[in-house]
Design a protein around this ligand. Structure first.
Ligand SMILES: C[S@@+](CC[C@H](N)C(=O)[O-])C[C@H]1O[C@@H](n2cnc3c(N)ncnc32)[C@H](O)[C@@H]1O
Length: 260
């Protein structure tokens, strides 16, 4: 058993394997997620986390008195998380298993949406649709925090030149790789999916701005907790925090008023 997490599979280094071949849960949080959680501390309006696995970020949000809707494709992940939620926080959390694209959530109801190391499992058109949906679900002023994998990892060295060439040619989704596992120089391939859509700061900025978000923070971030055969040079992940802008005040210069 992992000392911090009851009932999960054993850790491999710093990582805990998921039960559905969707990679691993980290046991440490990145700086973008930490900043997002801090800024929403005490939020009564709910924050949706998509792809929680066993709850590394959700448990941190509960510790900050944030109301959380915890979503994961794999119900068993949420059942394990439930065993790890302290009793005094159980009133703050709602569990919703299944594909996040089928969730029913009221528009303009969420203070934030967090999804860490999940969106790179989806093709570009699905990411676009999801960002559009996230925008609808967030309240004006609400925050979206995404953390995704970049191609700057040791085990992806054969993919990096392909990615950089496509990025330089202006492709919208240069990291779309169908036969991903064929390129991997890494152990534990069986824990990973077949497809990946690796991101860059540019791809995330453009995709979120196309849906109307305003970017607040964006950049690479290091994953010191990734294994030696994966970690490269501090650019392993990309984080973005963006905001759904508040509606323009009535009568402000850029608010067009229809004349009768
Ligand atoms: C690589 S793990 C990341 C776990 C955690 N967020 C972290 O950063 O350590 C990806 C997680 O996303 C979940 N997931 C994948 N597709 C999903 C979907 N369509 N809807 C909800 N969760 C999904 C998987 O079940 C898995 O738990």
């Amino acid at each position: 058993m992992n000392p911090l997490w009851k009932n999960t599979p054993d850790k491999i280094g710093q990582l805990i394997p998921t039960l559905n071949q969707q990679g691993f849960m980290t046991t440490a949080l990145d700086p973008y997620t930490n900043a997002f959680i801090e800024s929403l501390s005490g939020s009564k309006d709910p924050v949706l986390e998509i792809g929680t696995a066993y709850g590394i970020a959700t448990l941190a949000m509960l510790n900050n008195n944030i109301n959380v809707i915890a979503n994961d494709l794999e119900k068993k992940h949420l059942d394990i998380m439930k065993d790890n939620v302290p009793k005094e926080h159980s009133h703050l959390i709602e569990y919703r298993s299944g594909d996040f694209r089928s969730l029913t959530i009221a528009n303009n109801s969420l203070a934030g949406i967090l999804t860490i190391r999940v969106l790179h499992f989806f093709p570009g058109d699905s990411i676009e649709k999801s960002l559009h949906q996230f925008y609808q679900w967030l309240k004006p002023g609400g925050q979206l925090c995404l953390v995704v994998d970049s191609p700057y990892m040791k085990h992806l060295s054969r993919l990096l030149p392909i990615f950089e060439k496509r990025l330089a040619q202006g492709e919208e989704w240069p990291g779309h790789i169908d036969n991903y596992k064929e390129y991997l120089d890494v152990k534990y391939k069986d824990k990973l999916p077949d497809f990946i859509n690796l991101q860059s700061p540019e791809t995330l900025k453009q995709a979120t701005e196309r849906q109307g978000f305003k970017v607040k923070e964006l950049g690479f971030c290091a994953r010191p907790d990734y294994p030696d055969d994966v970690r490269l040079d501090g650019r392993e992940n990309i984080g973005i925090i963006c905001i759904k802008p508040n509606a323009l005040p009535y009568g402000s210069p850029s608010c067009k008023i229809k004349k009768g």
